[in-house]
Design a protein around this ligand. Structure first.
Ligand code: PGA
Length: 242
């Protein structure tokens, strides 16, 4: 694992955007894995700025998002499809048909999950997967468990996650209780992984991920055995690292 301690949130975001832009410059048809949440918002605005400056062209890029809440549609303001439109897709030249987010309204969940994996496979696999990390060590919505879930699946969200995400909803009662998430194997199959974290609230999760035992009770710890991971944290999130 390569660990980079950035000066602050802006520096973390710029470094992440540079890695993503570099990936796209090296291969126009890159397949990017995107994450949602507060952490990557700055990275997406840096990418939008680079696009506007003519530095990076997304016309050949395909994307797959890690997850989507189950039971809410793409037009719901809290959906991850909407988040991606507002933070990135509507401001760059990626083709809408090349952007993929699990369908939170799928009637046949198993078919949706299988189909999602198949689309990733047909696209040639993910070149670079961007990740955040939950306070409880989740990546995507793979919550602490007694096994590592493999492929895209329906997840019951942990209470921790529901309370952490309640800030995006009118009330905690409105946070969906489940989500469709790429699994640990789907994430580990990416050729390169870039994980971001900022703020003191993430310091313990970062320390456990980098220095703790590899265990499904801390899903992010599996990244220790991925051959090409870059962790970019601000000083606060990196404060407990040895
Ligand atoms: P956050 O979420 O970026 O909103 O902190 C990260 C995550 O839960 O993976």
């Amino acid at each position: 694992m390569e660990v980079v301690i950035a000066k602050d949130y802006k520096d973390m975001s710029r470094r992440a955007a540079i890695l993503i832009a570099g990936q796209v410059m090296g291969r126009q048809q890159s397949v990017l894995g995107f994450a949602t949440g507060s952490t990557p918002v700055g990275t997406y605005s840096e990418l939008v700025a680079m696009y506007r400056e003519g530095i990076v062209d997304f016309s050949g890029v395909s994307s797959f998002n890690l997850d989507e809440y189950y039971g809410i549609g793409p037009d719901n303001p809290c959906s991850y499809r909407r988040y991606m439109a507002e933070n990135l897709f509507d401001h760059i030249n990626i083709l809408a048909l090349n952007t993929h987010v699990p369908n939170g309204l799928a009637a046949d969940i198993e078919a949706e999950c299988r189909g999602y994996e198949e689309k990733i496979r047909l696209a040639g696999g993910i070149d670079l997967q961007l990740l955040g990390i939950g306070n409880n060590g989740h990546i995507g919505f793979n919550e602490p468990a007694d096994f590592f879930p493999a492929w895209t699946h329906l997840v019951d969200l942990a209470e921790d996650t529901i309370s952490a995400n309640a800030r995006f909803f009118a009330s905690p009662a409105e946070v969906p209780r489940s989500a469709i998430s790429m699994g640990i194997r789907s994430i580990m199959a990416a050729r390169r992984i870039v994980l971001l974290a900022n703020g003191a609230g993430k310091a313990k999760a970062i320390k456990n991920m980098v220095e703790g035992p590899i265990t499904p009770s801390n899903p992010a710890s599996i990244l220790q055995i991925h051959p090409k991971v870059t962790i970019i944290v601000d000083r606060e999130a990196g404060a407990h690292l040895a």
